[in-house]
Design a protein around this ligand. Structure first.
Ligand code: BDP
Length: 658
């Protein structure tokens, strides 16, 4: 058992009659899945355009028991609907959820675009990837196709993901060379029958770097012509190509501002190029410059004034929070602030800031928290930065698979609860839904998943703290980090601002006034230190060490309590996980058990580093009822992990640290 089957572990002893009224590569996939695994009454797939199916769209479907409970029909106006319907039926069988004699389900996705973003480089390294190398074997492409391409597409189809940006947002212009486009075409051909479109990240300076032009100014005629030709070439190879994702004028990437043009002018030039082919541009709003006073305000300042200037095939892609995928951030106030512009959210599935693939953190609760503030219907699409690599189990940590799964399920329907998704996933991945003995154990593990993200927040950065990460990687703590000459907004002290008076970033009206970017009611709530919710306190305020928290504790005591609670939670996860020993396979049991040991030690590392360091400012004692530190601050300051931004520290490396 190596985890490679993901949540698609259903047995291959299907025994039912499966029929379909049409034939195509996609429909063959749908019927083959059912023939392999469906045990029960006959299933008929019907491709049919009528009022009902049309209302559900090409991707929607009905699952219905008919003929007096003798047969199941899946109907859809589109082939993709039938494919998704087939996977839905198998999911029901696997999770033991339904009485099949009375099925009457109608489904259609909330978003038309449900897209993975791979930060994969052409040398097969993955930026912030912790599960091996890139799946795309560029050297062997286009002539040799790995089996994993279809396996990947199948897994995505099973959860409704229908698009993939296959290369890093820090894009090499090489991807647009004819040589690489042939390779991209080969991947697109594999993905197509699974309903998945390919998109590419582009480098805005490609006309210069690849085309030999002297400029990449989006208003320059030659530049415009270059992009038009390139686009034509792409669509000749890949007729259903989805479009471009662009990171421009961000973290050193080229962009329209290099030529005194706006983001809208840059995006529109590309939008015009892909428009004749129904392509789209996903233009990222992740911009910030070291000279501005508050990084959290910058995307809003730059993009909000451009509302109404973007073409209608441009979608502005915004990270869920205003800084950068921290364990907890308030939502980005740019959402809802551009009523005339299509917006989409970018979540990060890969755990860049949540313990890489060593820590267990189920992220659906974090994404649902975003939807507590942002209406799903106000968005056009959902993107997730993938956590997938060449590791046999795809994601490194066996539980990281749940985040890939949850992303797909939420992109299909953001109203689903994170608890329901976790339960589905567990039943398909680890437990037997039909075995009553599994239920209580599965419930313990479910609880562990549900508490896991909050535990990470507690032991890494509670109460609105953020970006306390070590220089060079985002794994461990380094709140003291101070590299002479480095960008100030890449230093933890820029964010925590600890001093003798207190800790936290004053973003209220007495500080950077970032609170003013939020709608009135939230602005007032966040702006007042006495009403600001604890979980965002140090995000919005520089609070005195003796500030009284909602619990009645002082800020310092609360900080100690939260760090400790995080550590205790992980210890409780270890106990819960050990309960599964006799119920699941040894390989995955041991793998998770061993990663939880790393996580427990890391949690203590975080707690000790942050409390011992901040104690130097607070001058206060760690409350006596809290476990004492087991490290010396000076030792922790010496810790250096020899890792790059695409590696997960091994146990051996972490042992060195202690
Ligand atoms: C940050 C990552 C960096 C990415 C950047 C981005 O550290 O590797 O390139 O975001 O999203 O989170 O563009």
């Amino acid at each position: 058992e190596n985890g490679s089957r993901l949540w698609l572990r259903y047995s291959t002893d299907g025994n039912a009659t499966i029929s379909c009224n049409k034939q195509s590569p996609m429909l063959d996939i749908a019927t083959t899945e059912l023939r392999k695994a469906w045990k029960g009454m006959p299933v008929t797939l019907i491709l049919q355009r009528n009022k009902e199916t049309r209302a559900l769209g090409e991707e929607g479907y009905c699952l219905l028991t008919s003929d007096n409970g003798q047969k199941i029909t899946i109907t859809s106006a589109g082939e993709r609907g039938l494919l998704y319907g087939a996977f839905h039926l198998l999911r029901l069988q696997d999770t033991g959820a339904e009485n099949f004699s009375k099925l009457n389900i109608k489904e259609s996705p909330t978003y038309d675009l449900r897209i993975l973003n791979h930060w994969d480089n052409l040398d097969r390294s993955i930026e912030r990837g912790y599960a091996g190398r890139s799946l795309w074997d560029w050297e062997a492409l286009p002539s040799t196709l790995s089996d994993r391409y279809a396996d990947y597409a199948r897994a995505n189809a099973s959860i409704g993901i229908n698009g993939t940006v296959i290369n890093n947002v820090n894009a090499s212009s090489q991807i647009l060379s004819t040589e690489y486009l042939e390779k991209v075409k080969a991947l697109a051909d594999v993905f197509r029958p699974y309903g998945i479109r390919v998109y590419l990240s582009i480098n805005f300076a490609s006309p210069m770097q690849l085309g030999g032009l002297s400029t990449a100014d989006p208003l320059d005629k030659e530049v415009i012509a270059w992009w038009k030709n390139k686009t034509k070439e792409i669509y000749r190879l890949i007729p259903d190509f989805g479009g471009f994702l662009v990171k421009a004028n961000s973290e050193g990437q080229p962009g329209p501002c290099d030529f005194n043009r706006t983001h809208a002018e840059g995006a529109n030039m590309l939008a015009d190029a892909v428009k004749p082919y129904k392509g789209i541009i996903m233009w990222r709003a992740f911009v910030y410059s070291p000279s501005d006073a508050d990084r959290a305000k910058q995307a809003y300042l730059e993009f909000q004034p451009l509302d109404g200037q973007f073409r209608n095939n441009v979608i502005v892609q915004i990270k869920n929070g205003p800084v950068d995928f921290q364990p907890r951030e308030p939502y980005s106030p740019l959402f809802g602030a551009m009523p005339k512009t299509a917006q989409m959210v970018e979540f990060q599935i890969t755990q860049e800031y949540l313990g890489f693939s060593n820590h267990l953190a189920y992220l659906a609760p974090m994404w649902k928290e975003f939807f507590d503030f942002v209406q799903p219907s106000s968005l056009k699409a959902m993107a997730g930065v993938a956590n997938i690599g060449t590791d046999a189990n795809w994601c490194g940590h066996p539980f990281a698979q749940s985040n890939w799964y949850a992303f797909g399920r939420l992109a299909w329907n953001p109203e689903l609860s994170s608890g329901a998704i976790a339960e589905e996933w567990l039943k398909q991945t680890f437990f037997d839904a039909h075995n009553p003995q599994h239920a209580p154990i599965a419930h313990e593990v479910w609880q562990m998943m549900m508490q896991s993200r909050e535990a990470v927040v507690d032991y890494m950065m509670p109460l609105g703290l953020h970006h306390l990460f070590a220089w060079g990687h985002h794994y461990g703590p380094e709140p003291w980090c101070d590299i002479p000459g480095a960008r100030p907004d890449w230093m933890p002290s820029y964010y925590h601002k600890a001093d003798k008076a207190g800790i936290g970033f004053d973003r209220s009206h007495t500080g950077s006034n970032a609170t003013a970017q939020y709608p009135d009611s939230l602005c007032h709530l966040y702006d007042d230190i006495n009403t600001c919710p604890d979980e965002y306190l140090l995000w919005f305020h520089h609070a005195p060490w003796n500030h009284t928290m909602q619990s009645g504790r002082t800020l310092w005591d609360e900080l100690c309590f939260r760090y400790d609670r995080g550590v205790q939670q992980v210890r409780s996860f270890q106990r819960k996980w050990d309960l599964t020993e006799n119920y699941i396979d040894m390989e995955r049991f041991k793998d998770v058990q061993s990663r939880l040991k790393i996580q427990a030690r890391d949690a203590t590392w975080w707690k000790d580093a942050c409390l011992l360091y901040f104690m130097e400012y607070s001058g206060m004692r760690i409350p006596y009822d809290i476990e004492r530190p087991i490290h010396e601050l000076d030792d922790l300051k010496q810790v250096k992990l020899p890792i790059d931004n695409h590696e997960c520290p091994t146990r051996e490396m972490l042992n060195e640290r202690r």
